[in-house]
Design a protein around this ligand. Structure first.
Ligand code: HEC
Length: 296
């Protein structure tokens, strides 16, 4: 389906700049750009995979032979049942040339960067959850997300039969999908000490950190997101929080401190069990002893 894709032209940097804006500033700039550089009015999805950066047109994708109207009974972003025009994410993954050992990096307009394991998003076996890419229609934008000014558009990865897929693996407001090496290879500074045995709780904590926290935080300077602070540089939260307060902060940040622009969501036991939270906090504490000086 090569006609769905256009190579990025000189306007690429403008699109990237526009992708950083939010809400009404974002839509205003998109319409301006659309008129100026002759794009379709719908926001494009930028793909960076085996064939280099390309642009995918949302309106054309919504007309793809495999596009469907799908029901998502337990929608994570909207917290209610939703219906979307969507294509199986596999359609886009084929174009990206994603392998099971790679990571699919989903970059959102608000700086959130999800790292989705290739093996998870490529799973095809019956009974395994299948991801879909929901496309916000041109003329009929989705409602604003609960407590936010913007919708989950222009693109949103949903799991209609979620079967245990974690909340941070439902990236919304997606503007770009990149094929990347697994986070532990890309950023060796996030890894636990080499002598930690396979299957150790610290390694489980590291995977949880990558899935649930790295979408917004960096570790030892490793990571792409900067919605929240680096959790090891200059200091690690286990060095300045009482253990009980830190646990409480992850469960419900507003129960520790409150201000209007507070940005971190709480993680209930349905997202991170008590045992998993122990693993995650053990990983954080361990990393205080693995501090790396940030390389410029
Ligand atoms: C959606 C983005 C997001 C996610 C996901 C997220 N955080 Fe945060 N976090 C933030 C932001 C933003 C702050 C800064 C305070 C604020 O605005 O709430 C923060 C602050 C913190 C702090 C306080 C740091 C300090 O020095 O004040 C800790 C500790 C923390 N996060 C741990 C975690 C852990 C552990 C996870 C994973 C379970 C996580 N966060 C997931 C956005 C996020």
């Amino acid at each position: 389906m090569p006609h769905f894709f256009r190579h990025l032209n000189g306007a690429g940097w403008l699109l990237r700049a526009a992708a950083r804006l939010q809400g009404s500033a974002r839509s205003a700039l998109w319409s301006l750009l659309a008129g100026w550089v002759g794009l379709a009015p719908a926001a494009p999805l930028v793909l960076d995979g085996a064939h280099g950066p390309r642009q995918l047109d949302g309106a054309a994708l919504a007309r793809h032979a495999q596009a469907r109207d799908i029901d998502v009974p337990r929608d994570v972003a909207y917290q209610r049942p939703m219906r979307y025009r969507a294509v199986p994410l596999a359609v886009v993954l084929r174009e990206l040339g994603l392998d099971p050992g790679d990571t699919l990096e989903a970059v959102a307009l608000d700086g959130f960067v999800a790292q989705l394991p290739g093996a998870l998003v490529l799973a095809q076996a019956p009974g395994q959850p299948q991801p879909w890419l929901a496309i916000e229609p041109d003329g009929a934008p989705w409602p604003a997300l609960p407590g936010k000014a913007a919708s989950a558009g222009p693109f949103y990865i949903v799991w209609p039969h979620d079967a245990g897929v974690r909340s941070e693996q439902w990236p919304y407001a997606v503007a770009r999908l990149n094929v990347r090496a697994a986070p532990g290879q890309r950023w060796p500074q996030i890894a636990v000490a080499a002598q930690v045995p396979a299957g150790d709780r610290l390694r489980r904590g590291q995977s949880l950190f990558v899935m649930q926290c790295m979408v917004c935080h960096r570790m030892n300077g490793g990571g792409d997101a900067q919605v929240g602070p680096d959790l090891n540089l200059p200091l690690n939260p286990t060095e300045y929080f009482q253990p009980q307060a830190l646990r409480q902060l992850v469960r419900n940040p507003a129960s520790v401190r409150q201000w209007p622009t507070q940005g971190m969501p709480g993680f209930g036991p349905e997202q991170i069990s008590d045992a998993e939270l122990d693993d995650l906090l053990a990983y954080l504490a361990h990393m205080a002893g693995q501090r790396k000086v940030a390389t410029p």
